[in-house]
Design a protein around this ligand. Sequence first.
Ligand SMILES: Nc1ncnc2c1ncn2[C@@H]1O[C@H](COP(=O)(O)OP(=O)(O)O)[C@@H](O)[C@H]1O
Ligand SMILES: [Mg+2]
Length: 420
Amino acid sequence: MSDNKISENTVAENVTGASIMLEEVTKTYPGQKKSAVGGLTLEIPAGSIVMFVGPSGCGKTTTLKMINRLIEPSSGKIVIDGEDVTGMNGDELRRRIGYVIQAGGLFPHMTVATNIGMVPKMLGWSKEKIAARVDELLELVSLDPELYRDRFPKELSGGQQQRVGVARALAADPPVLLMDEPFGAVDPITRQRLQDELLNIQTEVQKTIVCVTHDFDEAVKLGDWIAIFNEGAQLEQYDSPERILANPASEFVENFIGSGAGLKQLSLSRVNEVELEEALTTTPGKNASEVLSQLQGAGRKYAVVLDSRGRPLRRMDRRQLSRAQIIEGTYDENMPVVGEQATLNDALDTMLVSSSESALVTGRRDVLTGIITVQTVMEAIAAANNSADAEHEAPVGLNSGAINVVDIDSSAAAQGGESA
Ligand SMILES: Nc1ncnc2c1ncn2[C@@H]1O[C@H](COP(=O)(O)OP(=O)(O)O)[C@@H](O)[C@H]1O
Ligand SMILES: [Mg+2]
């Protein structure tokens, strides 16, 4: 189905991420009777995105922070890339693991460049190497280095701060990225863009990403695998989004998915999986009547004005073209645009919000790649193959001492959808 699904058996060549294994990990906070995390065994395949979801207080953050030992486990083992890191120096470990929190967690008195360069500096990189890396990362998260490297966090929007937070976490090229509700503090449109951005970045860097969210739709959109936790980090289900939606393991999971599971299937298909229409493009300064006749010849509704880097500035329809002398180069912030990693659900939303029957699609670095229409989305829904992905076995996940203890060898098969 979607091609970013990676199983533990088929690790793509360019994966730089590391596998993570939690082995019977328990955390009991001092003075608490119940464990915040109880006997959790969880396999996180290299190069995949694993989403942790579950009700507030169920132990998601505790589990995440035990991976980089911001929280020390009471018992159990954490193995990264085959190495037991449970006893290693915590500071050293954390330099090998990127960590992203809400609003980026940036230091307010440091510039963007200083924030991003922090870990490389601690690692003793040269000034030149750090400066080059900062610019490279700003490009990666779609922020123009010239404009942003010397700004302070308060001079950035929430979404931009979050992007800098991701850049900082990636600075020393760590194999593992931990994210705790990273997009919780931004508005829905910005959140959608940041999610798309993360997926774009992931296709380039192929890290192992563990991400906590309270938003099930976000888990479906971003996750190769979703772990649904109940209180005490008891795993209710650990599987692909497709299979969780098709076969919720329990009433708890059903309730968690909520109503509209059918519509959520729309979140499984991405814009880059459907056929896009080619856009008729032009550039500022061109003769408007020439563009109008091209448009009429091609039977199109509008032309897309691109800047010198191929990024859309605005759309101009026949009426606007017939009134103009030359093509305008001003940026229209209300034009409907979706990233190619956006889900069909996101695309529909964007079109509805702008009362438009189509939206522009952009890829890496915001370059225009085509046009998606309501018609295309409708056809994709109709043609949707709802059969759950049967190709890849789910990674191992269970709690020791749970009522239905399964042994590790058979648990993957049991969760793998082979049972009727
Ligand atoms: N430092 C702490 N001391 C004592 N109890 C804690 C501490 N941190 C978290 N807890 C408790 O552990 C449980 C799990 O918390 P947490 O991992 O933050 O959950 P989540 O991230 O899923 O909301 C909760 O009951 C919480 O109250
Ligand atoms: Mg939390």
